[in-house]
Design a protein around this ligand. Sequence first.
Ligand code: SAM
Length: 281
Amino acid sequence: MSLAFDGLPPLRDVVARHGLDALKALGQNFLFDLNLTQKIARSAGSLDNHVTIEIGPGPGGLTRALLASGARKVIAIERDTRCLPALAEIGDHYPGKLEVIEGDALKVDLAELAAGEKVRIVANLPYNVGTQLLINWLTRDVEKPFWASMTLMFQKEVGQRIVARPGSNHYGRLGVLAGWIADTEILFDIPPQAFNPPPKVTSSVVHLTPKATRLPCALADLERITQAAFGQRRKMLRQSLKPVGGEALLEAAGIDPTRRAETLSLEEFCLLARPQNQRRG
Ligand code: SAM
């Protein structure tokens, strides 16, 4: 059998040998193309002075690329126990560099796992829990993010929501939250045919880094405002924001009450989120 660039077997062989038929319930769409996983690993930035955390390594295509590109330490969290023997082979090939945690990433506190070290999160996320994972990490400690960067693959539509700006149809609660905490960018798209099995939609790799300075407002207040505003996104703000202060709130912030949520900038949302302006529900 011919070996891949890293001296390990090709991923197709690994998947066949370990019987890793993709499970839809676990959002399993595997990348077999090691050139592509290397491209994702490279776009994460230098990995030699960070701990890299990967969610859902599966048979290990991205894990291998991360280790081959010089990652000092990779901690990988995988829910599917069938993948563990394949991951153990990678660990043997890179002694002391790969730690695999068996479990549900939704229940793991990555900040605790990082134990004060600088972290890069890199993952081809399971689509069914990807957005929730991102929100958990973004909101873990907005004053002092535990992550130095996140390089994550999502369905393209989710990627567009993360990086959305005012005026775009994709602009909503996720874009405001992500844009308040991080600088966000879509790096490149990956077509369905690159995956096994191919998903129905195109995917995007999104890169996030914490903002050097954040606009002043509190997370809970910002969430209360965006929930009300985008909960009725077609309505004028004087109507949608009624439960949190309505016209008086808009007037205090100097915002035209006939505008709609999708036209407001991040700065304007933060103005509305000033606690002294809001009526608490
Ligand atoms: N990284 C591999 C790749 O790029 O080929 C697999 C990516 S696949 C889209 C998502 C992976 O996440 C699967 O291996 C799946 O078993 C795993 N997974 C699904 N839900 C999970 C969860 N809640 N916690 C940890 N891993 C999960």
